[in-house]
Design a protein around this ligand. Structure first.
Ligand SMILES: C[S@@+](CC[C@H](N)C(=O)[O-])C[C@H]1O[C@@H](n2cnc3c(N)ncnc32)[C@H](O)[C@@H]1O
Length: 259
């Protein structure tokens, strides 16, 4: 099981398994994370990061800055130990389907790439518990993998194979195998969220169009690759619906109804 151990370069294993570490992709991945800030502009009181991990991304830090009080929750004790506590930050070890916080006590919740690691029979319970701790008028922001994403590298590879060529691949086969085996992988579709329409107003946004294997297989680590990712990023802003439907990750925002 991959946890919050570090690799030889000092990066968390989670990061080196699930993010493309080449500089061309680092910028793109960081930009997608930083864009989450736009969902929090009108909030500044309490934030819960549900499944915060070991706070491996600097972009979350800048998002936290605007809040007075931050609760960081994770199932992993090791992850929580890695984080420095402060007067404004409270570390909680626990599960997203039984959050150790009072009802309606939180302004905003952020949960990035967590719900797809919760066993499917507990996923609805987890979202219901997040909505329980959220105050009326509060906002839940969830980022998750899209099981209906278009698998670009697979499509292109097939196309090339027919012409007798193979796409060059920077992905390590063993790494791919480990990625499949090591975590729960029960991703929910955008349609799945309809069951929460009575609890709040739902909106969907593209988060990141390309999955790690697409980045590794299709995007060269040079200026051309950088330009392609710039264009792709702006296309996902313009074609929001297509980005949600076909992209690798999407964001769902639930604004909890006032009672
Ligand atoms: C892919 S990591 C994402 C971490 C962080 N949100 C980020 O974006 O870097 C998934 C995290 O979810 C946590 N997790 C998985 N199931 C959980 C649960 N039921 N309750 C709380 N945390 C959970 C894992 O321990 C892990 O830290």
């Amino acid at each position: 099981m991959i946890g919050w151990q570090r690799d030889a370069k000092g990066e968390s294993l989670d990061k080196s398994f699930w993010e493309d570490q080449r500089s061309v992709s680092k910028l793109y991945q960081a930009r997608c994370r930083a864009a989450l800030r736009r969902h929090f502009f009108n909030f500044s009181d309490t934030l819960l990061d549900a499944g915060a991990g070991a706070l491996q991304h600097a972009e979350y830090e800048s998002l936290y800055l605007t809040f007075k009080k931050i609760f960081l929750l994770d199932l992993s004790y090791v992850a929580m130990q890695r984080i420095n506590a402060s007067n404004q930050r409270f570390r909680l070890v626990g599960s997203v389907d039984a959050i150790p916080l009072r009802a309606a006590s939180i302004d905003c919740i952020l949960s990035v790439n967590v719900i797809n690691h919760v066993p499917s029979q507990n996923q609805e319970l987890a979202i219901r518990d997040m909505l329980r701790v959220l105050r009326p008028g509060g906002r839940l922001v969830v980022v998750t993998y899209n099981p209906h994403r278009v698998n670009l590298s697979k499509i292109l590879k097939k196309f090339r194979i027919r012409r007798g060529k193979n796409l060059p691949s920077t992905s390590d086969r063993n790494l791919g195998k480990l990625r499949n085996e090591s975590l729960y992988w029960s991703a929910v579709t955008p349609e799945w969220w309809k069951k929460f329409e009575e609890d709040g107003i739902l909106s969907f946004y593209p988060y990141r169009f390309l999955f790690i294997t697409d980045l590794e297989n299709l995007i060269p680590d040079n200026l051309l690759g950088r330009a392609a990712l710039e264009i792709l990023y702006f296309l996902q802003l313009i074609f929001r619906k297509a980005g949600v439907r076909w992209g690798a990750y999407y964001t769902v925002v639930i604004d909890r109804r006032e009672i």
